[in-house]
Design a protein around this ligand. Structure first.
Ligand SMILES: *Cc1c(COP(=O)(O)O)cnc(C)c1O
Length: 370
């Protein structure tokens, strides 16, 4: 049996992703932890991990949300150390130790629990590599500064843990320079007072583009890796690694006065060539996108969205396009439709749009060396 070409697909350039990685590292002059959580922001964690691991400047770590995400990479023979970005639930600790994933610890109790488990699960004289998390204002995990200062001796004395790194997370590096500078300063101060540390990491994409820490030697880029700058007017020439595309399934000529989509709240003002496109909110094309002011890109031109986004289909106005036919490709976002602007139109953020791409959207990779 033949399989038809997918209706909706994400065209992903691993070459661009590697170039973004190179640019980000060069910009901050640090080693990197490539953030591959949430299936590499929808780009496919396995493909992205293989490309990065085999590149000329591989990252020092991959950053994952959970041991389940780390397991997927490990079971597919990736060798880069796997760092878990958030706290680990008690029921996850055994697997973390057995897989030698690297947890970040937020409390003495958590450290004691890992130490005891590691004593039982690891060969004698072997230690579990861990990092400590420091809460400089994010409020999601980590030691408070005074807690870390009070407990650092005890933590360092735990025999089955190897405290190799310390990390903190910036909560508004894309919004508030003053607050962010205070977070950086606090991080630098506590790192200095509790060191030495092999790995010191603080900056997400926005942080590494705009801020500096005197102590950090490892950056944790996510969004930037995928070619989207979280800050406007960055001088870095990041290129989006993913373009969302779909095919037109039907073309019709509808008269002025006809209504389009659920709610019938778009009424055609003139006779219009309407294309139905095989993508909808179940694919991850946001239902919040407003008709008429949202555009898709068809044959070198922007075309307005007509009516509400439905589960599997959208309608667009292709009256301005010559010789339009069913089967024509449409770009929903990518090189011509900026995902950050689209996210703003949908009252959301590019992270949400990328991670909302559903399994129904085929992932198509352009060859690394075309
Ligand atoms: C997701 C995440 C990042 C990456 O953030 P971006 O803004 O996408 O670069 C970095 N660090 C931690 C702890 C994260 O959870």
């Amino acid at each position: 049996m033949v399989s038809s070409t997918p209706r909706a697909w994400a065209e992903i350039s691993l070459a661009r992703l590697l170039e973004n990685h190179r640019l980000l590292r060069a910009h901050c002059s640090m080693d990197s932890m490539a953030i591959l959580k949430a299936d590499a922001y929808g780009h496919g964690a396995l493909a992205v991990a293989h490309a990065l691991e085999n590149s000329s400047t591989p990252p020092a770590f991959f950053g994952l949300a959970s041991i389940a995400e780390a397991r997927q990479l490990q079971e597919n023979n990736l060798r880069t150390p796997l760092y878990l970005l958030g706290p680990s639930a008690p029921f996850e600790r055994e697997e973390i130790i057995l897989r030698r994933a690297i947890p970040c610890l937020s409390s003495l109790e958590e450290a004691l629990s890992f130490n005891t488990l590691a004593a039982n699960l690891l060969p004698p004289h072997d230690r579990l590599t861990v990092h400590l998390a420091l809460d400089t204002g994010m409020g999601r995990g980590g030691f408070l500064p005074h807690e870390l200062l009070a407990n650092i001796q005890r933590l360092r004395s735990l025999q089955h843990l190897d405290l190799q790194g310390i990390g903190s997370h910036l909560s508004k590096a894309d919004e508030d320079p003053h607050f962010t500078k205070c977070q950086c300063a606090l991080f630098d101060q506590i790192v200095e007072q509790t060191g030495p540390w092999k790995w010191k990491h603080l900056c997400n994409s926005a942080g590494l583009i705009n801020f500096q820490s005197s102590q950090a030697n490892l950056a944790r880029p996510g969004l930037g890796l995928y070619g989207i700058s979280p800050v406007a007017n960055s001088s870095l020439h990041l290129l989006p690694a993913l373009s969302l595309k779909a095919h037109i399934t039907l073309i019709r000529h509808l008269p002025a006065g006809h209504s389009i989509s659920y709610g019938a709240d778009t009424i055609l003002q003139k006779d219009t060539t309407v294309a139905t496109v095989g993508i909808g909110y179940a694919d991850g094309y946001s239902r919040n996108l407003p008709p008429l002011t949202t555009h898709v890109w068809v044959k070198g031109q922007p075309c307005p969205l007509l009516g509400r986004v439905t589960m599997d289909q959208i309608m667009i106005d292709v009256s301005a396009i010559d010789a339009i036919q069913a089967g024509q490709q449409v770009e929903l976002w990518g090189d011509h439709i900026d995902i950050s602007k689209l996210a703003t139109q949908a009252s959301t953020i590019p992270w949400v749009l990328l991670t909302s791409l559903s399994p129904r959207v085929a992932r198509c990779y352009t060859p690394l060396n075309p």
